[in-house]
Design a protein around this ligand. Structure first.
Ligand code: WT7
Length: 643
């Protein structure tokens, strides 16, 4: 087996890129022809960015699990689809062949149906990184239910918000999850979430840690018991539900610059095509190779490049339950060595954290199987890029710097490993089908190089034409989708990122230009953190900004006005951290809290974050124009109190 649409030379990339721009419909229809459809589509593409309305392959009928599983059973049913490495290196790993995975997905689809799940229902999945997580996801897809995976680090309150927003009546979870030394009580968090979500009909609980959990009669059932019932009934194959290309596949919540996280909706055919195409081309995957993406399936990277990309390509995907630094900082390298991993896809924050341990953890680890390295989630600094290249790739593995977003399904800008040129800390060229533009504040396309940026074009990064994996809507609130992505610059999809472009057409992503932080590759809205902080009884007002952090990329800096009569500021500080953990989850905890008497506001009451960002970065002199401030005195006070 090989991939007829895999690009194998720079010249071919250029030709394919041109073809994709000149006739996008013909380009993507050609790729769609390599998948398994029940019925041909009526129209390849129907779109406008004003509503927005985007439909790819509408009328085409398929099931994504037939493309990920059934179509490979005959040719390589005995080949590993998933390799699972547990948190504890002493525990045995598991290998699921395509046949095994197919059987288990069918079984669990029966379980879902027996428990009342129907096509179109939303199923919330809150599990650790165990094989039952992909099984649950694919079982939803087989039955036509919409999965909404919530990362295991989110709090009960966050889960409850998502359950309400998606109106999800079904949950699949675990008793607990292992992560390094920690044992996370997932079911207990779900129980807290459900106090306020009485509409949830069923919780299916998979056993992992054997921690004691409360099982509520009539609502909670054990995964294992439900499987036994299916076995007793002799139910095996589960005929895949016939779905429309544009039926929703999943909802994944992500943070924006305002309010609560929004439910990004992706639809079946476009998502499948795009994750498959980008997987095969960016990583230059060859059948039989072992692909190790270190992300959690709770994020889009795991959805696209642990699950759907590799499986739809008949590949072998390795999933790891634990963390890079436990039992020691050599864990990734042990895994690479143990399974002879060929492709390693990780985040700059992991690279920087491992860099900090030096080369000792690499001693006696054979990394010779590695062929390609990848990075994602945030801009990679040159130092980390070179360490990755030198110590992990031994200067013989191309590094792909892949820029994309939850909203894009898959990679939009990246070099193709070993095919198109790499440039440290540059994502480089757009993939075929992707048409980026840089615009200024007014939405005018930038065509003049800027002196400030060393003769490079610099602007806000937009896309002017849809690709199959583009976001379709935000669940339950289409207007929000329009506002967040399609209203800032009419006719364009706005990414929220700033970028530079060089003479070769290479792009360098410089970071978010909106009020969204990127902490260890996790997206967090400043407004979301402020709302959580403001819920603390002793807090009057707060302003949150990002600042450069050696390992996390960005850290969270909170300026807080608190009620001085309330008590010991040290206690208040801890209470605020506990509040944020309770409202959002530990990932949103501020790294620094500075208590202040006032915040720099304009006369119209707008907080001047630019000033707060500069102070958090350690800049105290060049604060720019402060004359529009209501009370310039607060700036002095804040500077003096800087942490
Ligand atoms: C934001 C999207 C893409 C999956 C993981 C994060 C930043 C992502 C890169 C990169 C520079 C990057 C952007 C983007 N980002 N990849 N290679 N270089 N920045 O998905 O949570 O939706 O976050 O991550 O700022 O907008 P996400």
């Amino acid at each position: 087996m090989s991939y007829p649409y895999q690009i194998t030379s720079l010249a071919q990339y250029e030709a394919e890129y041109k073809r994709s721009v000149n006739d996008p419909a013909a380009f993507w229809a050609g790729i769609a022809g390599h998948f398994s459809w029940r019925n041909q589509w009526n129209e390849v593409l129907n779109w406008n960015f004003t509503e927005p309305k985007i439909e790819w392959f509408k009328g085409g009928k398929l099931n994504i699990t037939e493309n990920c599983l059934d179509r490979y059973l005959e040719s390589h049913g005995d080949q590993p689809a998933l390799i699972w490495e547990p948190n504890d290196p002493e525990e045995h790993h598991r290998v699921l062949t395509y046949r095994n995975l197919y059987d288990k997905v069918c079984q669990f689809a029966h379980v879902l149906r027996n428990n009342g799940v129907k096509k179109g229902d939303r199923v919330c999945i809150y599990m650790g990184m165990i094989p039952e997580l992909p099984i649950a996801i694919l079982a939803c897809a087989r039955l036509g239910a919409i999965h909404s995976v919530v990362f295991g680090g989110f709090s009960a309150q966050s889960i409850a918000d998502r359950l309400v927003d998606a109106n999800a009546e079904f949950i699949v979870t675990c008793d607990g999850a292992y992560r390094g030394q920690k044992d996370i009580p997932l079911k207990s968090v779900i129980d807290d979430a459900l106090i306020a979500c009485r509409f949830v009909k069923r919780v299916i609980v998979c056993t992992r840690t054997r921690t004691a959990v409360s099982m509520i009669k009539g609502r909670d059932v054990w995964w294992e018991d439900e499987i036994k019932k299916v076995e007793t009934l002799g139910l095996k194959d589960f005929p895949a539900e016939e779905m429309d290309a544009e039926d929703p596949l999943f909802i994944l919540y992500t943070s924006g610059s305002t309010g609560k996280p929004k439910g990004v909706v992706h639809t079946i055919a476009g998502y499948m095509l795009f994750t498959n195409y980008t997987f095969v081309n960016v990583f230059q995957y060859k059948p039989g190779e072992i692909h190790f993406c270190t992300a959690d399936i709770g994020w889009i990277t795991g959805h696209s490049y642990i699950l759907y990309g590799p499986l739809s390509a008949g590949g072998t995907s390795l999933m790891f339950e634990g963390i890079p630094t436990w039992p020691d900082a050599g864990r990734f390298w042990d895994i690479v060595d143990k399974f002879k991993v060929n492709i390693l896809y990780t985040a700059p924050t992991a690279i920087r954290s491992l860099m900090g341990f030096g080369e000792a953890p690499l001693k006696d680890k054979d990394l010779g199987s590695l062929r390609i390295l990848g990075t994602v989630g945030e801009p990679i600094n040159e130092e980390a890029w070179h360490w990755y290249d030198e110590h992990i790739g031994k200067r013989r593995c191309p590094i792909v710097d892949t820029w994309w977003q939850t909203e894009t399904s898959g990679v939009l800008i990246s070099n193709l490993a070993g095919i198109t040129p790499a440039k440290p800390s540059w994502a480089t060229l757009p993939l075929p089908g992707i048409q980026p533009v840089l615009v200024d504040e007014k939405g005018e396309e930038i065509t003049e190089a800027s002196a400030e940026h060393g003769g490079l074009l610099s602007g806000n990064l937009c896309l002017k034409f849809p690709w199959p994996g583009i976001i379709r809507t935000t669940y339950g609130d289409h207007e929000r989708c329009r506002n967040a992505y399609f209203a800032t610059y009419p006719g364009l999809y706005f990414t929220g990122d700033g970028a530079l472009k060089d003479q070769n057409g290479f792009y360098r992503i410089t970071g978010r230009v909106d009020d969204v932080l990127n902490v260890s590759g996790h997206r967090i809205g400043t407004a979301e953190v402020e709302n959580a902080i403001n819920m603390h009884a002793g807090v009057i007002e707060s302003a949150v900004v990002g600042y450069p952090h050696d390992i996390k990329g960005q850290g969270i800096y909170a300026y807080i006005i608190h009620d001085v009569h309330h008590g010991d500021p040290e206690h208040t500080r801890k209470d605020i951290l506990a509040t944020v953990t309770r409202i959002i989850g530990a990932i949103a905890k501020p790294d620094k809290i500075q208590f202040v008497k006032g915040l720099p506001k304009t006369r119209s009451g707008k907080i001047m974050r630019r000033i707060l960002r500069k102070i958090a970065e350690g800049e105290t002199s060049n604060l720019g124009d402060t004359s529009t401030l209501l009370d310039p005195g607060v700036v002095e006070e804040i500077k003096e109190g800087k942490l």
